[in-house]
Design a protein around this ligand. Structure first.
Ligand SMILES: [Zn+2]
Length: 321
């Protein structure tokens, strides 16, 4: 991206938004959100007499590489429900990226296997950033392009509900939302707790995705929650950004007022990463994903391209599948 355009876009973003929460200043720092005593769950509203707060609730799921931002006022029941009903879907969408970017979840860096069991990706050496991609000859998983020195990988995502994955992103934004702001998002709060994913307040559910070339260029999971401070209401009041590995997602989190406004169209101001300028591995790629589907999406394909400097033949006996 041209530097002038980048700076103008950043300026426009700054003129319209302030940061409500971010971990960008210190990615290692432990941040506890909520009170340590007299807890009231920020989602269901129950206090310690009616629910429990024993589980460590990660504001951003551990599978996305977060170990540091903890939500003290998320009760055990909500924690379990979010994990089983919404986060599991985001987990499936992001799995291939997490493997490729060596992002350690609760226990380890996940391996990736195709549904037909004919191909897989495993981490061989974290320090050296080696991973092993294995595919049987009768699999379409890998296509070699020797002219371009590249390999193309076609991976199929595990079955998931896209709108539930969107809810998982909204849940993260509400986890780090200052208490004083939560009253503006009660409709979204109810929506993410709703197990029936067919109800929707926004259509389409757009996810602005940035793909940054390279393996784990971001190194740590970074989040931003922004609130509009300008009076320019063509822009949404609240937007949430999460970046991990080589992926950045940005969504709109509508306020109660915005949901009540019939037929309001908003322009999402894109938040840009510094990788837009002179990134050695190439320009980031921007896509707008549609996660509106509220039923199970099966066999959804995604593609990734890797370039290589050198190709070596290995002894087939050393390869097992
Ligand atoms: Zn709760």
């Amino acid at each position: 991206m041209d530097k002038k355009i980048f700076l103008e876009q950043m300026k426009l973003f700054e003129n319209n938004y302030i940061t409500l929460f971010s971990n960008i200043d210190n990615l290692e720092k432990k941040q506890n959100i909520g009170m340590t005593k007299n807890k009231i769950c920020r989602f269901c509203g129950l206090d310690e007499t009616k629910t429990t707060f024993n589980t460590i609730a990660h504001a951003i799921p551990e599978c996305l590489g977060n170990k540091t931002i903890i939500c003290l006022d998320e009760c055990d029941i909500c924690n379990k429900e979010f994990s089983e009903n919404i986060e599991v879907h985001l987990d499936k969408i992001t799995l291939p990226y997490r493997t490729i970017n060596l992002i350690k979840g609760k226990k380890k860096i996940p391996s990736y296997k195709t549904q037909n069991q004919k191909a897989r990706i495993d981490i061989e050496d974290v320090q050296k950033r080696f991973f092993k991609i294995e595919a049987r000859e009768d699999s379409d998983f890998i296509k070699l392009n020797e002219k371009e020195n590249s390999i193309n990988i076609e991976y199929d995502l595990q079955s998931h509900i896209p709108s539930a994955a969107y809810k998982a992103l909204v849940k993260m934004s509400l986890s780090v939302m200052p208490n004083s702001e939560l009253e503006n998002f009660t409709i979204m709060n109810s929506w993410i707790q709703e197990k029936n994913h067919s109800k929707s307040f926004m259509n389409p559910l757009k996810v602005l995705m940035t793909f940054i070339p390279g393996i784990n260029p971001l190194k740590k999971t970074i989040i931003f929650l922004f609130k509009r401070h300008s009076s320019d209401n063509k822009y949404p009041e609240c937007t949430f950004v999460i970046a991990f590995g080589n992926i950045m997602y940005q969504i709109v989190v509508p306020t109660n007022n915005e949901i009540k406004q019939v037929q309001s169209t908003k322009t999402i101001l894109k938040f840009l990463s510094p990788f837009e300028i002179n990134w050695v591995l190439g320009e980031p790629v921007h896509n707008i994903l549609d996660w509106s589907q509220n039923t199970i999406l099966k066999g959804h394909k995604q593609y990734m391209e890797f370039s290589y400097d050198e190709m070596k033949k290995l002894d087939p006996k050393s390869i097992k599948l």
